[in-house]
Ligand binder design. Sequence first.
Ligand SMILES: [Zn+2]
Length: 162
Amino acid sequence: MTNNVQVQRPNERLEFFNEAMKLETDDCIIFSFGTERYGMMYMNDRQYRASVLACTHGHGEKPAGAHAIHGPCNNPRCINPRHLHWGTHGENMRDRRRDDTDNRGTRNGHNKLSEDDVHEIREALARGGITQTALGLRYGVSRKTISNIALNIRWAWLEKRA
Ligand SMILES: [Zn+2]
């Protein structure tokens, strides 16, 4: 450790995605990278919506003209294949309108951590045996956020629980 320069991890999104596809959960899996409305990632030098790749993973190649539609959840950043299916353009438009309505206000696809979450994450990090990526998945935040907690950057004001 010679300096504090943040090393860019170009494969971070792909690593997160691959970990996410191994999860067996009915909860939303939030792809929280980037500031775009939909999480974007590169695969084979092409840029895709993470939700489209997740839908392909869960339901096979995209049929011609199909769109990745969120089923039970309205979260454009959710990449749980169980929450996605291939649908029609009409369904896609309804999905988008729903998103537009539901995403006004406080919901913006970024999960917030409670103080309890931060304590639990710290304890899990202290115990070891789990990667920052996996912790990020569990709490719906990016690995960077977990990394920041590990480094005590963002939550330094929180006192360690006795
Ligand atoms: Zn979902």
